[in-house]
Each structure stands twice: as C-alpha cells, then as structure tokens.
Design a protein around this ligand. Sequence first.
Ligand SMILES: [Zn+2]
Length: 639
Amino acid sequence: MNNPTTNNVSSKKRNPWNSPQRNITPKKTADAVTPKDNRKKAQKHKERARCVCDNKECDRLMDKLKKLNKGIHAYFNVPEPPKLMPPEEVKGLRNKTRVNRIDQQKKHDCFVTALGTNAKRRVALYLSSKNQGEGIVQREVYSPETKPQFASIHVHPNILSLTTLTNNNPPRRMLPKSIPRALGLKLKRDGFNFEKKDEVPSSPSNDYFALPDYPIEKAQADISVLETEVIAAEKVETIRTIPAPAMTRSGSSVTSNPYSYEMDMLRREIQAKEILLEAKEKELDEREEKCKQDENRIKRMYIERERTLLEKEKDMQARLKEMNTLLDKIGGLSRLTITDRDWHKKNKTSATALFGFTNWKETVCYVHALFGLYPPTEQPKSDDYITQFEWCLAAKIRMNCGMSYRTIGYILGLKAVDSYVGEKVKPWVKKWGEAGEDLSILDITAEFLEATCPQAYKDENLEKICGIPDGKDFKIFTPRKNTLFTRACWSDKVNASAVRCISWCTPMGLSYEHTHLYLARVSEKKLVELWGPRLKKCPQGWAMLSDRGFWDTARYYPNLNRQLTPKFLSGRAQFTVEEVSADRTICKLRYTCEVAFSRVTNTSGLKDVISDDYFIMLDSMNHWGHANINIKKPLMPLN
Ligand SMILES: [Zn+2]
C-alpha cells in the first residue's frame, strides 16, 4: 500500500486492459509522485488524445469506455503515407521496398476514407504541416503537429480482438497489418465495407486492411450493453463487500455471536443473488419481448409472401389459360397439337387429313394395336425427346400428306434437320408397310366367300366368284439416268412412266392379295404368272371376274380359276345381245374393285405423279394402301 503506483504499473504490464484502474482517480495520479518523466508525458498524451474523426459523440463514448475499463479503450495512429520521393529515386529502390510503399499508400488512403471527411481534412492538415512545417491555420483543439489518431470504437470488435500489445511502457495496442480474407468477407456479409480496393495489394491471399469503419451508432449500442453489465456486476460486488456491522442489534460483538454473523453473510449473499436474478429476469423478459416482436415480424412477412405468391400463381394461371386459348385458336399444326386429344376433338377432320384414320381415337387404337405404343399423357415439354409414338405419327403424316422431311421437322419443332428426320421416319414408314401387308395379304376359303357373296352377284348368277383382279399403274417421274430404266418404266396403259401393281379382292371388296410394285413395262399377265404360287389360296372351281387384260391367265392359277372377261370381237363385226349384257354386268360388278383401288391411292404420296423421294417407300405405302381398303367399311352391301 505504500507504493500503489508501482504496484499498479506492474499489474498494468500483465494486462493493462483488465486492471482495476477504477480505483485510481486522475487526481490520485496527479498527487502521486511519478518517478519517470516519460510516464508523465504518456499520461498527458492520453488526456489529450482525441479522435481524428472530430465527433463529440466519439469523444464522449471513449470517456465512457475508459471508465468501464474493459480493455478496449485505445487510440491508434492513422497510417501515414510513404515519404515523398522523386519518381526516379523510387525507381532505384529495392523491389520489396517499392511494394511496401504501395501498400503504405493504399492503407493510408483506405483508412482516411473509412474515417470520414473530418478525418481527411485533419490528416491533410497534419501531413502538409509535416512536409512544409509552416503556413497552417492553428485550430483550437488540435495543433496540426499532433499525430492524428483514431479511437478504438471505430474498429469492429472482431478486428479489435486481433490487436496486439507492444512491449513499450505503457504498452500500446496495435492494429494488425491486415485481417484474414475470410474475416473480411464475413464482415462484408454483415454489411461492412470491405471492397476490392480495401485488399492489401501485396497480399497473395488477398487479405484486407483492418479498416476502422465500425459505425458510431453500433459502438454506442455496444457500450450501453457493457454499461448495464458492469452496473449489475458492481451492485453485486457492493453488497458482497459491505463490511458486516460490527455489532448485532442485541449489542453483542460479531465475533461473540458467529451465528448471527453467518446469518448476516448469508442474507447478503441472498440479496446479491436476488439482484443478479432480477437482472437475469429483466434480460430474459427483454429477450422474450424481442422474440415476440421477431415472431410477429416474421409472421407478417410470411403472410405478405404468401399473398404475393398467391397473386403470382393467379397471374400464372391466367397466363396459362391465355396461352392455351391462343394455342387452340391460332396455334395450328405443331408438336403440341398433333398428339392433343382436345385439339383433335375441336378439329374433327384433323385425324383424317393427317393420318388417314376416321378420328383421333381410331388413330390411337390402331397405333396401339399395331405397334403397342401409347399416346403421350402430358403436353410435351420443350426439352422432351420426340417419342416413338410421335415418330410413328410423323411417318403416317409423311405417307398420308406427302409432306417433306423438312416440313415434318418444323411441325415437330426440330429446326429442320432433314437427314435426321428422314432417318427417324423411314423405319416407321417401313413398319406401317409391314403392318399393311399383314392386314391385306389374307387367306380366303370357299366358306368365307359363300358367306360374304353380295346380293348383286347372286342376282346375276355369279355366286362362285372368288376374286376380281385389277391392275393399277402409279405414274412416276421418268428416270433419265439410264435408258434401260427409262424404257422399263413405260406404261401403255397410262402413256407415261409408271410402276404397276395387280391386286385381288373379293366381290365384297376385301383385298386379299396384291403384288409388289414393278416397273410398268412388265405386262399384267406376266405379273399374274409371277404371283401364281401365292394364288393357290383361290379355291378350286371358283372364277375370277377380270377385264380383258387378264384374258387367258387361268393357267397361271394353281387351281386353274376360270377368268370371266368381257368378250373380244376377234374379227366379228358386232357383239351378240347376250355378250353385251354379260359384259355390262361384268363391268358393273368390277366397279367395286375400281372403287377399292381409290382407297389405295387415297394417300397423297401415291396420287398423281409420285415424286422421286417417295420411291424407296412406295412398296410400304402400297401395302398400307391395301390395308386401308380392308380397315374401312365393306364396299358392297351383302344384301
Ligand atoms: Zn472518433
């Protein structure tokens, strides 16, 4: 106790920020004998220390902080720019020194900017006085020579925790040269200014300068929290340390009645605990209140968000509806519509026009029955691959409407990759052809023919007719590359280049046999001869209702089926009455077959002159054309 100051100094050395400085008032220090001049100086310096920001509130807060003595009261020097030097001298410096100069200049700039306008002016004043030494207007509080310092409340507590103590007497708190990038980024997320320009230029890991940009309002809040804590702690401390009354009420000495002394101590202890408890309760209440406020705020936000979302959804629904209406009204042919049931419902003839079936339902049923494919259950998305079902339909469109691959590509939204569409469509055309063959090359029996003989035939005593052969020529463009080919294509029947097919159907109109397509130069009789083995299915004793071209072809049928053909004049001047009547009947009844054939050529690809790019799929289309005869209603009424 005889030398409290020295005592104090030693404790300061250990940890100056937590020392009980409160006990030493400035007066005492003034009264106390100070052994060293520099310490006196330091004290003076401390009293004089004012923050460069020139804010009264800053000074007030620093005073408070000093009183609280929480170890975070400090002033730091504003970093100075590097010494002025002519540029050529700078060039001559060592590399490392040059880099350091850049760092120094940047640090100075960043710090001054962070400290605000007043600080900027003050620092400029200081620097010019330092460089020129005169001509500066003297100000009341600061002399320009005073080294500019800033208060620790300008520094974020997180950065403050990174400060170090020097070995000086008294020790000074030092800001770190830089802070780790991670901390800088975290602070940036918390709303503090750590920008690209605040990075240390020479730092390989892009660390930041320890910027003094903590707002004064936040520092204020922090300090008031500290204050309440300290006051509560002080209260407890006071109650604990009040010396026990020397005498009890009864007048006996404390020592003489240890029991009452103990009681007294306990009571104080309880009082202290109560105060602490009270403080805690208050804190809890506050927290609860804050929680409630937060909850309400979040609830409001949630409700607001929900409302906006609902509005958005409504908006979206409306737009979707609008889109769908647009699609319905003016959308036209597209990938979205060709597989859309509702679209087909609204456009009754679309399925017939596109796929050659009566309606969409029939189309789907056939595709499923023939290929086991189902239509898409949802509207296709933009990034969905084109399904096999769609390719199957695309092939049908190709056969039925005579569209080019490019057009089909556009309908499918494929930006017209011709070869790709062709690759995908061709196999499907082939499949349709195979299915057509299955549906049109059929076995027939005498029983079946008897059961399906139309009344018109019976009326004419033509009950035993098992088939009506007919030849059909499809015109093609004349191939010019090879004359042999050119000649082989010539058809006498249509007087043009063509391919030829013979098909057989029953009187009722069921197509049960047809040849492949051959270049038209081959005669119909030769084709019948070629197809002979297949015609074994025509039952024995049944006749064919043929036209003149098939005269004398009975020998090619394994069962030698008789050919009823219109009579030839063969040199005579005129037909007999019987001959004319019989010929008329044959022609009338053969009409069925001609109509049937119109069903084959119903597909655009086989109409008129067939274009070259259909050539490779002609057989498939012919097969399906014949199937088309059979999947529709019989042409001749049975009775
Ligand atoms: Zn300040």
